[in-house]
Design a binder for this molecule. Sequence first.
Ligand code: LRH
Ligand code: MN
Ligand code: MN
Length: 427
Amino acid sequence: MNILPGQINGHNDLLEKKHRRDYQYLENKLTDDGHDTEELVRKIKALQVAIPSWALGTGGTRFGRFPGGGEPRNLEEKIGDIGTLHKLNRSSGAISLHIPWDIPDDPKAILDLAKDNDLVFDAVNSNTFQDQPRQAHSYKFGSLAHTEEAIRDRSIAHNLEVIKYGELLGSKSLTVWLADGTCFPGQQNFRKAFMRTLESLQEIYAGLPHDWKMLIEYKPYEPNFYSTVIQDWGSSHLLAGKLGNRAFSLVDLGHHLPNTNIEQIVALLIMEGKLGGFHFNDSKYGDDDLTVGSIKPYQLFLVFNELVEGIENPALSNPTPAWMIDASHNVKDPLEDLLQSVEAIKIAYARALLVKQHELEEAREQNDVVKAQELLQNAFRTDVRPLVAEARLRSTGALDPVGMFRELAIRQQLITERGHKTISTGL
Ligand code: LRH
Ligand code: MN
Ligand code: MN
């Protein structure tokens, strides 16, 4: 889908008058409040959120799948779709590949295509949770934690192969998420399974290029329903600590039991310099993979408040984490959903930038609970949408990305190009 700059300008021209009014109002308010709006716009412009190659099609559930048509049929078309998102919002400039769902058969051509679309390759993800056609060993009872050495070796080799693909594309990190675990009490020796995982990860770590990171994702349940080997941030952090200074924990918002205080986990991982990556989504019950910010926007803001404070704090030295959306779309158009998700992330980030960290710290020192809450909620209740729109406008994006997606009838064009019955690889 080729969107011409002239089309974006035309769209923006129609909306700019109203936008100017809204932005002026907010700019005055923020300036009166002591904020540097130019600095805010600069920071929002710089935020880039990677799009996973598996989120561009309709996900479905184990009960059914209702494809919307025009889904990308190969990696090239996926890159095209992310390029479209990036043209519209100028904040989706990275792609995260899942191997073997998206093997770059011709890495040079894939790299060129990504460049043409102004995209870079973020973390590469390994997949040892699904058996592939003609695979000799099965992951039914695990992969890196498996009791059989041959299966562990196969899983290690797969991860090393994923790193090789990543190197060809300029990725700088490997994300490992394991489904390893059990469905019934007694099935597994917890300590032995954990130690086998550590030893397997050590072999992968030994093959990690020096300028790469290993990101270790945790999840309490699913697809295993009694235990997961890397069930929580404690297990992930334990592994990262034992592996070395290029191993980090990765927080996926959906991978927590209901009501877990995720912002507190984020604060402690940053304190330890061990927060390596983030998977954004939202959920009501578990790993629902819903649109970011659609259920718990205040939690998202509180998480961003920790991220902003932690990453900007000169006393701490956590590297900037890899940001990625990790979602599954059952009823919405995946591209519209991703535009909404990126927007929600930028809104939460912009609001977190408004928190007066020094005053908040002072209120905390004085145990002024009411003041602390006021400071957080004043920022959260500010309508920052004009600020986010201004950042997008200055980056040559569309003032209303979802609106423009519909005005240009992008989905209809993709259906004409690719057909109604297309199935994208992924979740
Ligand atoms: C697991 C997960 C993990 C996978 C992706 C497909 O639930 O969040 O990040 O790699 O979904
Ligand atoms: Mn995830
Ligand atoms: Mn998940």
